[in-house]
Design a protein around this ligand. Structure first.
Ligand code: AMP
Length: 180
């Protein structure tokens, strides 16, 4: 039976809160101490992947910290990996989705041949905040005909209610900061 090596409080203790980064008013969740810890990193990858074992054809990672987690998750699930990137980074033909940020907007792109119709895809990112980024990734994959099975994130900033942007998708998060 699957037995996680690291529990939620231990994960939470390893995450470093950085005040006012990258701009005033943001409490940035720095996951680099988790990545640097051999036991925690291995457990993190297993914990993200495990609920989706046997149900996924491809894992999509969102630039840039999503790549760090999505690639080992794809390896753990024995699937391919798909990059979802900021505009202008992917070399081949792309489709693009715009989404709103707190101030302004941003976009994500995916190669138009990244998935086959009906592929079962898991989206992986480090943090779910307002959910705008993950929701744009869901829209991109659906436009290409994929079935989005779920979104797996390490940290969910529950007080920002990103879950409501992903109502029709299975959301799996390892640590939820409900109270801010
Ligand atoms: P959102 O679209 O609001 O859900 O924001 C999610 C994206 O922004 C993810 O790709 C995260 O890496 C990043 N992000 C948002 N808020 C934070 C935060 N407080 N700490 C670290 N990363 C964040």
């Amino acid at each position: 039976m699957y037995n996680p090596a690291v529990d939620t409080p231990t994960y939470a203790k390893l995450v470093r809160d950085v005040v006012d980064f990258p701009e005033p008013g943001i409490l940035f969740k720095d996951i680099t101490p988790v990545l640097a810890d051999r036991q925690a990193f291995t457990a993190l990858v297993d914990d993200l992947a495990e609920p989706f074992a046997g149900r996924i054809d491809k894992v999509a990672g969102i630039e840039a910290r999503g790549f760090i987690l999505a690639t080992p998750v794809a390896e753990a699930l024995r699937t391919g990996f798909i990059p979802i990137r900021k505009p202008g980074k992917l070399p081949w033909k792309v489709v693009r989705e715009d989404y709103l940020l707190e101030y302004g907007q941003d976009s994500l792109e995916i190669h138009q041949d990244a998935v086959a119709a009906g592929d079962r895809v898991l989206i992986v990112d480090d943090v779910l905040a307002t959910g705008g980024t993950a929701a744009a990734a869901v829209r991109l994959l659906r436009r290409l005909g994929a079935e989005v099975v779920g979104v797996a994130v390490f940290l969910e900033l529950g007080f920002l209610d990103g879950k409501s942007a992903l109502q029709d998708v299975e959301l799996h998060s390892l640590v939820n900061y409900d109270g801010g």
